[in-house]
Design a protein around this ligand. Sequence first.
Ligand SMILES: *[C@@H]1O[C@H](CO)[C@@H](O)[C@H](O)[C@H]1NC(C)=O
Ligand SMILES: *[C@@H]1O[C@H](CO)[C@@H](O)[C@H](O)[C@H]1NC(C)=O
Ligand SMILES: *[C@@H]1O[C@H](CO)[C@@H](O)[C@H](O)[C@H]1NC(C)=O
Length: 370
Amino acid sequence: MGGSMKMTALSVMLLMCFAVRATDAQAGIVRTVVAKKFITSSVSRFGLGIEGMAVDQVGNVYAVGFAGDGTSGIGSVANARAQLEQNLLVKDQTASSSFNGLRFLPLSPSLSTNFDLRALAADVKSHSVVQFLRSKRDGRTRGSPFCQNSSMIQPNDIAVAVKSGRIYMTGGAYSNVNTVVGHGDLWMCEGRSSFTNTSRELDLEPVEAKLLGLFGLTNGIEVSPDEKTLYLTESFHKFGEPYSNFIWKFDIDQKTGLVDNKTLLVDFQKLDGSGHVDLDGMRCDVHGNLFVTKNGMNGETVKISPTGELLLRIKLPGLYETTNVEFGGPDGKTLYMSGKCIDNPDLGCVDMWDGNPAPGAAWALSALHH
Ligand SMILES: *[C@@H]1O[C@H](CO)[C@@H](O)[C@H](O)[C@H]1NC(C)=O
Ligand SMILES: *[C@@H]1O[C@H](CO)[C@@H](O)[C@H](O)[C@H]1NC(C)=O
Ligand SMILES: *[C@@H]1O[C@H](CO)[C@@H](O)[C@H](O)[C@H]1NC(C)=O
């Protein structure tokens, strides 16, 4: 009896081993790493609204949600040497703005005479994207509308095709408990010419915003380093809870900037059963691998290849609810991830991970222009 019990226990163990192996094989063996805490609530100058991480032209990383719980302030997170640095870049004193996505643009030769920083920020409240320029004369950063349209749902996140001079924006109406197509959108604004080289860019009149499509809740957005592919996240909620999360991929028509050939890149329910966890920020490294933050409690960042394979999981023990992601640091390989700063001194607001073999695409582009 004892013997057969042992045999049974052994076969159960063997069966379990096989079961685990089979699952691993199906999912691929995915490496998991753990990020380090970088800014915790106790030292943070950011509040609950921290997100929209972005790297500037010299490698400093910034986020929105500086100085308070609102999102009308933009401040630095880390300098180009990957040291903690929390300084205000710009704050909308009227608090009539609510910034979300943030991106820095190169300064072309004509602009660099007068300015040393150029950024675009999505303003949820005014359904617009604001352009910021920092003057060399007085060091002040001033904003003016880059593009706007009152039928934009938000905008939320921004992706930039620097060479083509185009930006793409997402927006989702998250207050709806049951998502239908139309609760999220995709927009494009075309600058007057390339963001790297132009003589007409000093014209500060806003450009037209074009609606490219309606979806479920759209959030993370990124353009591949060759500017030929657009990646977009889409989520659906039922009774206020997410149940499906996708990354879509589109071809970008190089002439018009319009998108075509919608293809499913990742269905997270099929990938690992995580359709109930919303996706948030998305950034590429120079090889076109995507880094996507997953929003729920005990969030993580996943690395996805351009063909949709799950390559890596980055666990985020320091974050409460993960929001956005961006590369910075001296070699562009330091990944910063933001999460809501809450009243727990040990949790939030930024974690970092240093192990990617390649730099971020936005960082590399900025290094190129400096
Ligand atoms: C940039 O603009 C200048 C002046 O218009 C032009 O001569 C030059 O060829 C342009 N460079 C690129 C890379 O487009
Ligand atoms: C806003 O966008 C919609 C959809 O593309 C368009 O029909 C409308 O004309 C735009 N409004 C303005 C003021 O550009
Ligand atoms: C969409 O796919 C078709 C067929 O492969 C291709 O001919 C077309 O150029 C693609 N569209 C874009 C915008 O790349």
